[in-house]
Design a binder for this molecule. Structure first.
Ligand code: C5P
Length: 479
């Protein structure tokens, strides 16, 4: 990533902000279309806050996927300018054919279709040689646009950090954000909105009682402890840490002495090793933690990773508007609802992880793929997260690409694919492979080098697998 790439991206960001300000000047109501995952909701929240502060009328639509159906729905509404966030770059052809008269801004970090579209300003790092899967997410790009509109929007930086973490962009050696994300982190820290620490990457470790934080951690999955409160209590007692204080309150991280904290870290890593987790993975429980300074100490929004998980729960359990509202600063009842969704989301993921662990013998192996058939048992909005965790927790092998199918309520097949970064270093580009394979079976797909998705017709799964296996063989140079 050189200076000229950054300066070209920055020019494009300024062009997008000027376009949006022109729409505002002409008093045109704006439609924001974004994606249902944490990064998409964070992007929609940042853009929503920016437009709200500009006093312009706007509405937000959250889509599971930007496909012909969702675009047809948009085309039936009165024509207004549209900002696509976290979707759009891979669907420019569909936007072009379905919305021929709309002015459009696309703010997206997925691998784009090569041609540029008239009537459209596209802010995408890949267009300037910057890797959108690691350097910056769609919420980060939305933040850059918001800051170009008004420097006071710097207070939205923590939401961009939440989105990037939601998209697993913490790819630095210490599980830290890198490149352009790192610059956003720096700005947020300097402005007093964010604190960065090194510590245990347990769920809400700073904000929750330790036993709860251990129980709630499912990414990575800690076998025997994740989701099991009593086992977590026993584990703490066994390593000499009393989980409850003299007054009967559950103890928090801030209640532990430095010796207890050290013992906790060492024993947790030892425990993970004893469960057969590789040392690199076990040690990865330690890493960089991002704390949002102005959130109250016990808020689920204080730890940016926990915030991201709450957004994923809202989006993937069908109430994305709650997530967007929270990113726009709403609290109270919406936050209570989001907490309930987070708990349901965690239970659901644990159920699926258990199902997968018990059915590993049914995972179909091809030369380059391990294929999971979720049928209508696994929710099509959650299957991607399931295989992400299964791969990072090594329930699935890192040596092959994980591909999972789920049948969506719309009667199509949702495909999610994930791969270990080592395969990308050997030449794998899952986003391109999935896009190509999906189009060969009359589906649509795309994404990033190690995480991609698609929608394909029912009963085309086997053809899809055959084609995908061949494309991946070519990418890895081993026919
Ligand atoms: O849906 P899933 O979580 O498996 O998608 C993985 C990545 O691929 C996400 O970043 C998603 O936005 C992207 N994707 C895409 N085009 C699709 C489906 C998914 O770019 N048709």
């Amino acid at each position: 990533m050189d200076d000229s790439s950054i300066s070209k991206l920055s020019d494009r960001v300024d062009f997008a902000s000027k376009t949006i300000l022109d729409w505002v000047e002409q008093d045109q109501p704006i439609t924001v279309v974004s994606h249902l995952d944490a990064d998409g909701l964070a992007a929609a929240g940042i853009i929503g806050s920016m437009l709200e502060r500009l006093n312009v009328a706007f509405k937000v639509r959250i889509v599971k996927q930007l496909d012909e159906d969702s675009l047809k729905e948009l085309s039936s509404e009165p024509i207004s300018p549209i900002i696509f966030a976290d979707v759009g770059s891979g669907q420019k052809d569909l936007i072009y054919s379905n919305l021929p008269e709309h002015s459009v801004v696309i703010i997206d970090h997925h691998q784009p279709l090569e041609y540029e579209l008239e009537r459209c300003v596209e802010v995408n790092p890949h267009l300037f040689g910057i890797d959108g899967s690691r350097s910056i997410s769609s919420s980060g790009l939305s933040y850059l646009v918001a800051k170009s509109v008004d420097l006071n929007n710097v207070d939205l930086a923590p939401i961009a950090v939440v989105g990037a973490l939601g998209d697993r962009q913490d790819s630095g050696k210490r599980h830290n954000l890198v490149d352009l994300n790192e610059s956003i982190v720096k700005e947020a820290v300097e402005a007093g909105f964010l604190e960065v620490k090194f510590g245990l990457r347990l769920f809400g470790f700073e904000s929750r009682p330790i036993v709860k934080s251990l129980e709630y951690t499912i990414d990575p999955l800690i076998p025997g402890l994740s989701g099991n409160y009593n086992a977590c209590l026993k584990f703490l007692e066994r390593i000499g840490i009393t989980p409850v204080d003299e007054d009967g309150n559950l103890r928090r991280m801030s209640d532990l002495s430095s010796n207890e904290l050290r013992s906790f870290m060492v024993n947790l890593v030892k425990y993970m090793l004893s469960k057969g987790i590789e040392s690199k993975e076990a040690e990865s429980i330690m890493g960089t933690i991002y704390i949002i300074s102005h959130e109250p100490p016990t808020s689920p929004l204080r730890d940016a990773r926990e915030f991201a998980s709450l957004l994923n729960a809202c989006g993937r359990l069908g109430v994305p508007s709650i997530g967007v509202a929270i990113c726009m600063g709403r609290r109270g009842e919406v936050l209570d609802k989001a907490e309930k969704l987070t708990s349901r989301y965690r239970q659901t993921l644990l159920k699926y992880l258990d199902w997968l662990s018990r059915n590993l013998d049914k995972v179909r192996q091809t030369r380059f793929l391990q294929v999971i058939y979720g049928g209508d048992y696994v929710d099509d909005r959650i299957i991607g997260t399931l295989i992400s965790i299964a791969l990072s927790s090594r329930i699935l092998s890192p040596k092959k690409v994980a591909v999972a199918f789920a049948v969506s309520p719309e009667g199509k097949v949702k495909v999610s694919a994930r791969a270990d970064k080592a395969l990308a270093r050997r030449g794998l580009n899952l986003g391109l492979a999935i896009r190509d394979a999906a189009s060969q079976v009359e589906g649509v797909g795309g994404g990033h080098d190690v995480a991609a998705g698609a929608q394909i017709p029912l009963n085309s799964e086997e053809d899809f697998i055959e084609v995908l296996d061949k494309i991946i063989a070519e990418q890895l140079g081993s026919e």
